[in-house]
Design a protein around this ligand. Structure first.
Ligand code: BGC
Length: 419
């Protein structure tokens, strides 16, 4: 009798635990991402808040490191261990890689119901779909070819206009140096240097050259005197950074510009999220200019949430997440905070500041004119192995371990080896 009561009790407790376990799983999303800076966390809170309103609990799995290399390593370990997340922030070719492994969820039903085909730009659909099926929900469009300038520092050195060529940029950096400022706020990590080099290549040799070298992988462009010239410009830029740059995180470099210790940073528009978080205003506290010599071009990346194939009980919350990400109102609120622009073409620019409005107009124009191109450094040019080969050569040149003259041949060799 006692025994049977006990087993009933145990059964009851286990049943309750199971029920609550199911309830938790149904209402919870486990999300891997690398949004750990102040501005990034503020943007992510918009999504968390919206989901919480729908009764979904957010289990945060943050893995710091721009461009997501560390997050991708951690993800591989998680999936191998059978610990599959609900959703993962991902870029470009990494998305295709995971889709090829057959472990991502099929979002076609939601995509069709919400007509994603009609509103997500084609350049993004190329990565958000695999074999014609939606597998990822794009959150934003970032672009890397920007410079972020402290306004007071700009006034101090007597510069009134945006620099439009590399020479004008160098002249501006020289003035900052003479005025005792750190001219270039730089984080010393390979992905940051490569992100800057994307813009340098276009500024030095034009967009067609960039496409030939980095999208078509034409060796006559990769290993060329023009590429040497681009590396020479990179070396020159490196000379304007302070000696403490090694290993510095990108947001700490942004903070140097926010405070006015440094004149400017070359960085994707996630940097604006840091100005936002510090309550700084464009036009008054800081300026956003296209990287000189890249006006009219948009070198993009887009953060997407890839949803993984999960058990039945986790799917409703997963679907709510996908839907929340593509919601037009969310796309506006989130991207205003994040510094990026919406991944939908039908979101008004009303709530965006002047940098955001410019970002949206530039994207539209570049899309129409064919001057929208994927960032190699940010995973939208080539698969990871080639991107990493690019990082290696660029970082060696940036830190004086390889000459600009030797770099093009080394880059061609490294890319060939990674193919
Ligand atoms: C992502 C941004 C992020 C940045 C720095 C980029 O790869 O696309 O969303 O803010 O890394 O963490």
């Amino acid at each position: 009798m006692q025994k049977s009561l006990m087993s009933k009790l145990i059964g009851g407790v286990a049943g309750l635990a199971m029920m609550s376990g199911v309830a938790v799983a149904q209402d919870k999303v486990d999300v891997v991402h690398w949004w750990t800076s102040g501005g990034e966390a503020a943007a992510l809170n918009v999504l968390k808040g919206n989901l919480e309103k729908e009764g979904v609990t957010w289990n945060d799995v943050p893995i710091a490191g721009g461009a997501g290399a560390q997050a991708m390593t951690a993800l591989r370990a998680m999936v191998t261990a059978g610990n599959v997340p609900t959703a993962v922030q991902m870029l470009g070719f990494d998305i295709t890689d995971w889709a090829e492994q057959g472990v991502v969820a099929d979002l076609n039903e939601i995509g069709a119901e919400e007509k994603w085909d009609d509103v997500v730009p084609a350049a993004l659909q190329k990565f958000a779909k695999y074999e014609d099926k939606w597998i990822a929900a794009p959150v934003n469009v970032h672009s890397v070819n920007w410079i972020w300038v402290n306004k007071a520092a700009m006034d101090k050195i007597g510069v009134t206009e945006a620099p439009t060529t590399m020479d004008e940029l160098f002249a501006m950096l020289d003035k900052a140096k003479e005025a005792g400022l750190i001219p270039l706020a730089q984080g010393g990590q390979p992905w940051q240097e490569a992100t800057m080099f994307d813009s340098v290549v276009i500024a030095t040799n034009g967009l067609d050259f960039y496409k030939k070298a980095f999208i078509d992988l034409d060796e006559s462009a990769i290993n060329s005197p023009e590429m040497t010239k681009a590396f020479e410009n990179l070396v020159k830029l490196a000379s304007y950074a302070d000696p403490a740059m090694s290993g510095r995180e990108w947001n700490l470099a942004t903070a140097m510009v926010v405070k006015g210790d440094a004149l400017l940073q070359v960085m994707g528009d996630w940097a604006k999220g840091e100005f936002n978080a510090a309550e700084k205003k464009p036009g008054t506290d800081f300026m956003c200019f296209r990287f000189p010599g890249t006006q009219g071009n948009v070198v993009f990346n887009s953060d997407m949430f890839v949803l993984f194939e999960v058990g039945e009980e986790r799917r409703p919350a997963q679907a709510k997440l996908a839907s929340a990400v593509l919601d037009p109102a969310f796309q506006s609120t989130f991207n205003v905070v994040k510094g990026s622009v919406p991944a939908r073409t039908d979101v008004p620019d009303t709530d965006f500041d002047e940098c955001g409005k410019k970002g949206m107009a530039d994207l539209k124009e570049a899309n129409e004119k064919g001057t929208l191109v994927g960032s190699l450094a940010q995973g939208y040019g080539q698969p990871t192995a080639i991107k990493n080969a690019y990082y290696d050569v660029v970082t060696n040149v940036f830190h004086g371990q390889m000459t600009a003259a030797d770099a093009p041949a080394a880059l061609a060799e490294a890319i060939n080896a990674a193919k």
